[in-house]
Design a protein around this ligand. Sequence first.
Ligand code: AMP
Length: 383
Amino acid sequence: MSPAFLPGAMIGILGSGQLGQMLALEARRMGYGIAVFSPDADTPCGRIADREIVAPYSDLDAVRAFAASVDVVTYEFENVPSETVAAIESVGVSVRPGANVLHVAQNRLREKAFFVSLGIATPPFAPVRTAGSIAEAVGVTGLPAVLKTVGSGYDGKGQRTVRTGDEAIVAFAELGGVECVLEGFVRFAWEGSVVAARGVSGDFAHYGLVRNEHALSILDVTTAPAPDASPALAQEAIDATRRIMDALDVVGVLCVEFFVTPEGELLANEMAPRPHNSGHWTQNGAITNQFEQQLRAVCGLPLGDTAMTQPGAAIANLLGDLWDNGEPDFAAMLRDFPGAKLHLYGKREARPGRKMGHIVAIAPTPEAAREHALAARARLTRQ
Ligand code: AMP
Protein backbone atom coordinates (compact mmCIF):
# COMPACT_ATOMS: atom_id res chain seq x y z
CA MET A 1 0.00 0.00 0.00
CA SER A 2 1.29 3.48 -0.84
CA PRO A 3 2.15 5.65 2.19
CA ALA A 4 -0.49 8.03 3.46
CA PHE A 5 -0.19 11.79 3.05
CA LEU A 6 -0.57 13.03 6.59
CA PRO A 7 -1.59 16.50 7.84
CA GLY A 8 1.04 18.97 6.73
CA ALA A 9 1.11 17.53 3.21
CA MET A 10 0.18 19.72 0.25
CA ILE A 11 -3.00 18.88 -1.70
CA GLY A 12 -3.24 20.02 -5.33
CA ILE A 13 -6.72 20.79 -6.66
CA LEU A 14 -7.58 21.19 -10.33
CA GLY A 15 -10.52 23.56 -10.63
CA SER A 16 -11.31 26.47 -8.37
CA GLY A 17 -15.08 26.60 -7.86
CA GLN A 18 -17.16 25.86 -4.78
CA LEU A 19 -16.38 22.15 -4.67
CA GLY A 20 -12.67 22.95 -4.49
CA GLN A 21 -13.39 25.61 -1.90
CA MET A 22 -15.26 23.25 0.39
CA LEU A 23 -12.51 20.63 0.05
CA ALA A 24 -9.92 23.29 0.83
CA LEU A 25 -11.81 24.36 3.96
CA GLU A 26 -11.80 20.77 5.24
CA ALA A 27 -8.15 20.36 4.33
CA ARG A 28 -7.24 23.53 6.22
CA ARG A 29 -9.19 22.34 9.27
CA MET A 30 -7.13 19.17 9.24
CA GLY A 31 -3.79 20.95 8.83
CA TYR A 32 -3.14 20.38 5.13
CA GLY A 33 -1.82 22.88 2.62
CA ILE A 34 -3.71 23.61 -0.59
CA ALA A 35 -2.54 24.67 -4.04
CA VAL A 36 -5.24 25.26 -6.65
CA PHE A 37 -4.74 25.31 -10.42
CA SER A 38 -7.32 26.71 -12.84
CA PRO A 39 -7.63 29.17 -15.72
CA ASP A 40 -9.65 31.60 -13.58
CA ALA A 41 -8.48 34.25 -11.14
CA ASP A 42 -10.14 35.43 -7.92
CA THR A 43 -12.06 32.21 -7.36
CA PRO A 44 -13.97 30.60 -4.45
CA CYS A 45 -11.18 28.05 -3.93
CA GLY A 46 -8.32 30.45 -4.64
CA ARG A 47 -9.33 32.59 -1.69
CA ILE A 48 -8.96 29.65 0.67
CA ALA A 49 -5.85 28.08 -0.85
CA ASP A 50 -2.24 28.73 0.11
CA ARG A 51 -1.36 29.12 -3.56
CA GLU A 52 -3.53 29.87 -6.60
CA ILE A 53 -1.98 29.15 -9.98
CA VAL A 54 -3.85 30.79 -12.84
CA ALA A 55 -3.04 29.14 -16.16
CA PRO A 56 -4.83 27.13 -18.85
CA TYR A 57 -4.91 23.35 -18.35
CA SER A 58 -3.05 23.13 -21.67
CA ASP A 59 -0.03 25.00 -20.23
CA LEU A 60 1.80 21.78 -19.42
CA ASP A 61 4.93 23.54 -18.09
CA ALA A 62 2.76 25.30 -15.54
CA VAL A 63 0.95 22.02 -14.79
CA ARG A 64 4.25 20.20 -14.18
CA ALA A 65 5.54 22.98 -11.92
CA PHE A 66 2.27 22.87 -9.96
CA ALA A 67 2.43 19.08 -9.65
CA ALA A 68 6.05 19.18 -8.48
CA SER A 69 4.99 21.50 -5.63
CA VAL A 70 2.28 19.21 -4.17
CA ASP A 71 2.05 15.68 -2.74
CA VAL A 72 -1.11 14.46 -4.47
CA VAL A 73 -3.61 15.94 -6.91
CA THR A 74 -7.39 15.72 -7.05
CA TYR A 75 -9.99 17.73 -8.94
CA GLU A 76 -13.40 19.24 -8.55
CA PHE A 77 -14.74 18.68 -12.08
CA GLU A 78 -14.48 15.83 -14.54
CA ASN A 79 -13.42 17.63 -17.70
CA VAL A 80 -9.73 17.71 -16.86
CA PRO A 81 -7.86 17.14 -20.16
CA SER A 82 -5.99 13.83 -20.34
CA GLU A 83 -2.73 15.66 -21.29
CA THR A 84 -2.99 17.58 -18.01
CA VAL A 85 -3.28 14.34 -16.03
CA ALA A 86 -0.35 12.81 -17.96
CA ALA A 87 1.79 15.89 -17.23
CA ILE A 88 1.09 15.57 -13.50
CA GLU A 89 1.87 11.86 -13.50
CA SER A 90 5.11 12.53 -15.46
CA VAL A 91 6.59 14.18 -12.36
CA GLY A 92 5.68 11.20 -10.20
CA VAL A 93 2.58 12.66 -8.56
CA SER A 94 -0.70 10.71 -8.43
CA VAL A 95 -4.01 12.08 -9.66
CA ARG A 96 -6.89 10.64 -7.65
CA PRO A 97 -9.35 9.42 -8.88
CA GLY A 98 -7.16 8.26 -11.79
CA ALA A 99 -7.03 8.94 -15.52
CA ASN A 100 -9.12 5.82 -16.29
CA VAL A 101 -11.98 7.21 -14.19
CA LEU A 102 -11.87 10.57 -15.97
CA HIS A 103 -11.78 8.84 -19.35
CA VAL A 104 -15.13 7.15 -18.64
CA ALA A 105 -16.77 10.02 -16.76
CA GLN A 106 -15.91 12.62 -19.42
CA ASN A 107 -17.97 11.02 -22.13
CA ARG A 108 -21.66 10.19 -21.75
CA LEU A 109 -21.46 7.41 -24.34
CA ARG A 110 -18.52 5.68 -22.66
CA GLU A 111 -20.19 6.17 -19.30
CA LYS A 112 -23.46 4.55 -20.32
CA ALA A 113 -21.70 1.68 -22.12
CA PHE A 114 -19.69 1.15 -18.94
CA PHE A 115 -22.84 1.03 -16.78
CA VAL A 116 -24.37 -1.51 -19.18
CA SER A 117 -21.16 -3.61 -19.11
CA LEU A 118 -21.62 -3.90 -15.32
CA GLY A 119 -25.25 -4.95 -15.70
CA ILE A 120 -26.52 -1.58 -14.44
CA ALA A 121 -29.64 -0.46 -16.32
CA THR A 122 -29.71 2.93 -18.11
CA PRO A 123 -32.33 4.69 -20.24
CA PRO A 124 -32.18 3.42 -23.86
CA PHE A 125 -29.47 5.37 -25.72
CA ALA A 126 -27.75 5.59 -29.08
CA PRO A 127 -24.87 7.65 -30.50
CA VAL A 128 -25.55 10.60 -32.80
CA ARG A 129 -22.47 11.67 -34.73
CA THR A 130 -24.16 13.06 -37.84
CA ALA A 131 -27.64 14.39 -38.59
CA GLY A 132 -28.02 11.33 -40.84
CA SER A 133 -27.77 8.97 -37.85
CA ILE A 134 -30.69 10.55 -35.96
CA ALA A 135 -33.43 8.39 -37.48
CA GLU A 136 -31.58 5.21 -36.49
CA ALA A 137 -31.00 6.58 -32.97
CA VAL A 138 -34.69 7.45 -32.60
CA GLY A 139 -35.44 3.85 -33.55
CA VAL A 140 -33.52 2.79 -30.42
CA THR A 141 -34.76 5.41 -27.95
CA GLY A 142 -38.27 6.19 -29.13
CA LEU A 143 -39.75 9.68 -28.66
CA PRO A 144 -39.70 11.97 -26.84
CA ALA A 145 -35.96 11.78 -26.28
CA VAL A 146 -33.16 13.88 -24.85
CA LEU A 147 -30.20 14.82 -27.06
CA LYS A 148 -27.03 15.51 -25.06
CA THR A 149 -23.49 16.39 -26.10
CA VAL A 150 -21.21 13.55 -25.01
CA GLY A 151 -18.78 15.90 -23.23
CA SER A 152 -18.68 18.96 -21.00
CA GLY A 153 -22.38 19.37 -20.18
CA TYR A 154 -23.53 20.28 -16.68
CA ASP A 155 -26.64 21.71 -14.98
CA GLY A 156 -28.75 20.93 -18.05
CA LYS A 157 -26.35 22.71 -20.42
CA GLY A 158 -25.59 20.93 -23.70
CA GLN A 159 -28.92 19.10 -23.89
CA ARG A 160 -32.32 19.43 -25.54
CA THR A 161 -35.55 17.48 -25.15
CA VAL A 162 -37.01 16.62 -28.58
CA ARG A 163 -40.46 15.32 -29.54
CA THR A 164 -39.83 14.52 -33.23
CA GLY A 165 -36.97 13.47 -35.48
CA ASP A 166 -37.05 16.92 -37.11
CA GLU A 167 -36.67 18.56 -33.70
CA ALA A 168 -33.71 16.30 -33.05
CA ILE A 169 -32.06 17.46 -36.29
CA VAL A 170 -32.52 21.11 -35.27
CA ALA A 171 -31.27 20.35 -31.74
CA PHE A 172 -28.19 18.56 -33.12
CA ALA A 173 -27.31 21.68 -35.15
CA GLU A 174 -27.99 23.95 -32.14
CA LEU A 175 -25.65 21.85 -30.01
CA GLY A 176 -22.93 22.56 -32.57
CA GLY A 177 -23.06 19.34 -34.57
CA VAL A 178 -20.67 17.73 -32.07
CA GLU A 179 -20.85 14.07 -31.00
CA CYS A 180 -24.05 13.49 -29.04
CA VAL A 181 -26.01 10.75 -27.34
CA LEU A 182 -29.75 10.43 -27.75
CA GLU A 183 -31.53 9.05 -24.69
CA GLY A 184 -35.08 7.93 -24.25
CA PHE A 185 -37.04 10.45 -22.18
CA VAL A 186 -37.63 8.83 -18.79
CA ARG A 187 -40.98 9.55 -17.11
CA PHE A 188 -39.37 9.03 -13.74
CA ALA A 189 -41.21 9.01 -10.45
CA TRP A 190 -38.26 10.69 -8.80
CA GLU A 191 -34.50 11.20 -9.13
CA GLY A 192 -31.89 10.11 -6.64
CA SER A 193 -28.17 9.78 -6.17
CA VAL A 194 -25.58 7.97 -4.11
CA VAL A 195 -22.39 9.70 -2.97
CA ALA A 196 -19.71 7.27 -1.84
CA ALA A 197 -16.00 7.15 -1.12
CA ARG A 198 -13.40 4.47 -1.80
CA GLY A 199 -9.96 4.35 -0.24
CA VAL A 200 -6.61 3.13 -1.58
CA SER A 201 -7.15 -0.35 -0.20
CA GLY A 202 -10.65 -0.66 -1.64
CA ASP A 203 -12.47 0.31 1.56
CA PHE A 204 -15.90 1.78 0.85
CA ALA A 205 -18.22 4.19 2.65
CA HIS A 206 -21.49 5.65 1.36
CA TYR A 207 -24.10 8.24 2.27
CA GLY A 208 -27.14 6.23 1.18
CA LEU A 209 -29.64 6.98 -1.55
CA VAL A 210 -30.95 10.55 -1.46
CA ARG A 211 -33.78 12.19 -3.43
CA ASN A 212 -33.01 15.09 -5.77
CA GLU A 213 -35.49 17.63 -7.10
CA HIS A 214 -34.42 19.74 -10.07
CA ALA A 215 -35.69 23.06 -11.36
CA LEU A 216 -34.86 23.80 -15.01
CA SER A 217 -32.42 20.83 -14.95
CA ILE A 218 -30.44 22.36 -12.08
CA LEU A 219 -30.43 20.64 -8.70
CA ASP A 220 -32.79 22.52 -6.39
CA VAL A 221 -33.40 20.37 -3.31
CA THR A 222 -31.86 17.17 -1.92
CA THR A 223 -33.50 15.14 0.84
CA ALA A 224 -31.59 12.49 2.80
CA PRO A 225 -32.32 9.67 3.02
CA ALA A 226 -34.66 9.48 -0.01
CA PRO A 227 -38.14 9.46 1.58
CA ASP A 228 -39.68 7.29 -1.14
CA ALA A 229 -37.00 4.59 -1.29
CA SER A 230 -37.54 1.09 0.06
CA PRO A 231 -34.52 -0.38 1.85
CA ALA A 232 -34.12 -2.79 -1.09
CA LEU A 233 -34.04 0.00 -3.66
CA ALA A 234 -31.55 2.00 -1.61
CA GLN A 235 -29.33 -1.07 -1.29
CA GLU A 236 -29.52 -1.71 -5.04
CA ALA A 237 -28.34 1.86 -5.72
CA ILE A 238 -25.53 1.56 -3.17
CA ASP A 239 -24.44 -1.80 -4.62
CA ALA A 240 -24.41 -0.38 -8.16
CA THR A 241 -22.28 2.55 -6.97
CA ARG A 242 -19.86 0.18 -5.29
CA ARG A 243 -19.59 -1.99 -8.40
CA ILE A 244 -18.80 1.12 -10.46
CA MET A 245 -16.12 2.26 -8.01
CA ASP A 246 -14.56 -1.18 -7.67
CA ALA A 247 -14.49 -1.75 -11.44
CA LEU A 248 -12.68 1.57 -11.98
CA ASP A 249 -10.52 1.22 -8.85
CA VAL A 250 -11.68 4.69 -7.80
CA VAL A 251 -9.70 6.37 -5.05
CA GLY A 252 -11.79 9.33 -3.93
CA VAL A 253 -15.44 10.32 -3.89
CA LEU A 254 -17.90 9.52 -6.65
CA CYS A 255 -21.59 10.25 -7.17
CA VAL A 256 -23.99 8.24 -9.31
CA GLU A 257 -27.29 9.83 -10.33
CA PHE A 258 -30.31 7.62 -10.92
CA PHE A 259 -33.85 7.86 -12.27
CA VAL A 260 -36.43 5.81 -10.38
CA THR A 261 -39.32 4.73 -12.59
CA PRO A 262 -42.92 4.50 -11.36
CA GLU A 263 -42.39 0.70 -11.32
CA GLY A 264 -39.48 1.14 -8.92
CA GLU A 265 -36.77 0.37 -11.46
CA LEU A 266 -33.41 2.08 -11.06
CA LEU A 267 -31.80 3.58 -14.19
CA ALA A 268 -28.31 5.07 -13.96
CA ASN A 269 -28.12 8.52 -15.55
CA GLU A 270 -24.56 9.72 -14.99
CA MET A 271 -21.67 9.75 -12.57
CA ALA A 272 -19.26 12.37 -11.28
CA PRO A 273 -15.89 11.30 -9.79
CA ARG A 274 -15.89 14.00 -7.10
CA PRO A 275 -18.06 15.38 -4.30
CA HIS A 276 -21.49 16.32 -5.58
CA ASN A 277 -24.08 19.01 -4.92
CA SER A 278 -26.47 16.29 -3.73
CA GLY A 279 -23.95 15.43 -0.98
CA HIS A 280 -23.71 18.92 0.53
CA TRP A 281 -26.13 17.96 3.32
CA THR A 282 -23.27 15.89 4.79
CA GLN A 283 -21.56 19.14 5.84
CA ASN A 284 -23.94 19.41 8.78
CA GLY A 285 -25.87 16.14 8.54
CA ALA A 286 -23.11 13.51 8.76
CA ILE A 287 -20.23 12.83 11.12
CA THR A 288 -17.78 12.99 8.22
CA ASN A 289 -18.75 15.17 5.29
CA GLN A 290 -18.08 14.31 1.66
CA PHE A 291 -15.18 16.78 1.39
CA GLU A 292 -13.32 15.40 4.40
CA GLN A 293 -14.02 11.97 2.91
CA GLN A 294 -12.46 13.06 -0.42
CA LEU A 295 -9.44 14.36 1.46
CA ARG A 296 -9.10 11.14 3.46
CA ALA A 297 -9.43 8.96 0.36
CA VAL A 298 -6.97 10.85 -1.85
CA CYS A 299 -4.48 11.05 1.04
CA GLY A 300 -4.66 7.29 1.62
CA LEU A 301 -6.15 7.70 5.11
CA PRO A 302 -8.93 5.54 6.58
CA LEU A 303 -12.41 6.74 5.58
CA GLY A 304 -14.49 8.53 8.21
CA ASP A 305 -17.82 7.63 9.81
CA THR A 306 -20.73 8.47 7.46
CA ALA A 307 -23.47 8.17 10.13
CA MET A 308 -26.07 10.93 10.07
CA THR A 309 -26.21 13.42 12.94
CA GLN A 310 -30.04 13.35 12.79
CA PRO A 311 -32.40 10.97 10.94
CA GLY A 312 -33.16 13.57 8.27
CA ALA A 313 -31.14 16.16 6.37
CA ALA A 314 -31.76 18.37 3.35
CA ILE A 315 -30.27 21.11 1.24
CA ALA A 316 -31.90 23.90 -0.71
CA ASN A 317 -29.66 25.49 -3.34
CA LEU A 318 -29.30 29.25 -3.60
CA LEU A 319 -29.12 30.30 -7.24
CA GLY A 320 -28.18 33.73 -8.56
CA ASP A 321 -31.84 34.48 -9.25
CA LEU A 322 -32.28 35.08 -5.51
CA TRP A 323 -30.11 38.19 -5.93
CA ASP A 324 -32.47 39.68 -8.56
CA ASN A 325 -33.81 42.30 -6.15
CA GLY A 326 -30.52 42.92 -4.40
CA GLU A 327 -28.77 41.03 -1.64
CA PRO A 328 -30.98 38.29 -0.09
CA ASP A 329 -32.16 38.94 3.47
CA PHE A 330 -29.51 36.88 5.27
CA ALA A 331 -30.15 38.62 8.58
CA ALA A 332 -33.83 37.61 8.58
CA MET A 333 -33.06 34.01 7.63
CA LEU A 334 -30.36 33.63 10.28
CA ARG A 335 -32.66 35.18 12.89
CA ASP A 336 -35.75 33.11 12.11
CA PHE A 337 -34.01 29.79 11.37
CA PRO A 338 -31.21 29.47 13.91
CA GLY A 339 -30.84 25.74 13.18
CA ALA A 340 -30.37 26.17 9.44
CA LYS A 341 -26.81 26.40 8.12
CA LEU A 342 -25.92 28.95 5.48
CA HIS A 343 -23.12 28.09 3.03
CA LEU A 344 -22.07 30.76 0.54
CA TYR A 345 -19.34 30.33 -2.04
CA GLY A 346 -18.25 33.98 -2.17
CA LYS A 347 -18.80 34.32 -5.91
CA ARG A 348 -18.44 37.94 -6.98
CA GLU A 349 -21.27 38.00 -9.48
CA ALA A 350 -24.79 36.56 -9.11
CA ARG A 351 -26.21 35.37 -12.44
CA PRO A 352 -29.51 33.54 -13.06
CA GLY A 353 -28.96 29.80 -12.67
CA ARG A 354 -25.52 30.26 -11.08
CA LYS A 355 -24.99 28.29 -7.88
CA MET A 356 -24.14 30.86 -5.19
CA GLY A 357 -24.61 28.77 -2.06
CA HIS A 358 -26.94 26.40 -0.23
CA ILE A 359 -28.77 25.95 3.05
CA VAL A 360 -28.49 22.73 5.06
CA ALA A 361 -31.17 21.70 7.56
CA ILE A 362 -31.24 18.63 9.77
CA ALA A 363 -34.35 17.28 11.51
CA PRO A 364 -35.92 14.16 13.05
CA THR A 365 -37.33 13.17 9.62
CA PRO A 366 -36.13 13.75 6.04
CA GLU A 367 -39.36 15.57 5.07
CA ALA A 368 -39.09 17.87 8.10
CA ALA A 369 -35.51 18.69 7.09
CA ARG A 370 -36.69 19.49 3.56
CA GLU A 371 -39.48 21.76 4.84
CA HIS A 372 -37.02 23.51 7.13
CA ALA A 373 -34.49 24.13 4.34
CA LEU A 374 -37.21 25.40 1.99
CA ALA A 375 -38.72 27.69 4.63
CA ALA A 376 -35.28 29.08 5.48
CA ARG A 377 -34.60 29.74 1.81
CA ALA A 378 -37.98 31.44 1.35
CA ARG A 379 -37.08 33.77 4.22
CA LEU A 380 -34.19 35.11 2.13
CA THR A 381 -36.66 36.82 -0.21
CA ARG A 382 -37.27 40.33 1.01
CA GLN A 383 -40.89 40.94 2.06
P1 AMP B 1 -27.99 15.40 -16.66
O1 AMP B 1 -27.08 16.52 -17.08
O2 AMP B 1 -27.89 14.20 -17.55
O3 AMP B 1 -27.83 15.06 -15.21
O4 AMP B 1 -29.47 15.96 -16.81
C1 AMP B 1 -29.96 17.02 -15.99
C2 AMP B 1 -31.41 16.77 -15.65
O5 AMP B 1 -32.22 16.73 -16.84
C3 AMP B 1 -31.67 15.41 -14.97
O6 AMP B 1 -31.39 15.46 -13.60
C4 AMP B 1 -33.14 15.22 -15.29
O7 AMP B 1 -33.95 16.00 -14.44
C5 AMP B 1 -33.24 15.75 -16.72
N1 AMP B 1 -32.97 14.63 -17.65
C6 AMP B 1 -31.78 14.28 -18.16
N2 AMP B 1 -31.86 13.20 -18.95
C7 AMP B 1 -33.16 12.82 -18.94
C8 AMP B 1 -33.89 11.75 -19.55
N3 AMP B 1 -33.30 10.85 -20.36
N4 AMP B 1 -35.22 11.67 -19.31
C9 AMP B 1 -35.85 12.58 -18.51
N5 AMP B 1 -35.21 13.61 -17.92
C10 AMP B 1 -33.89 13.74 -18.12
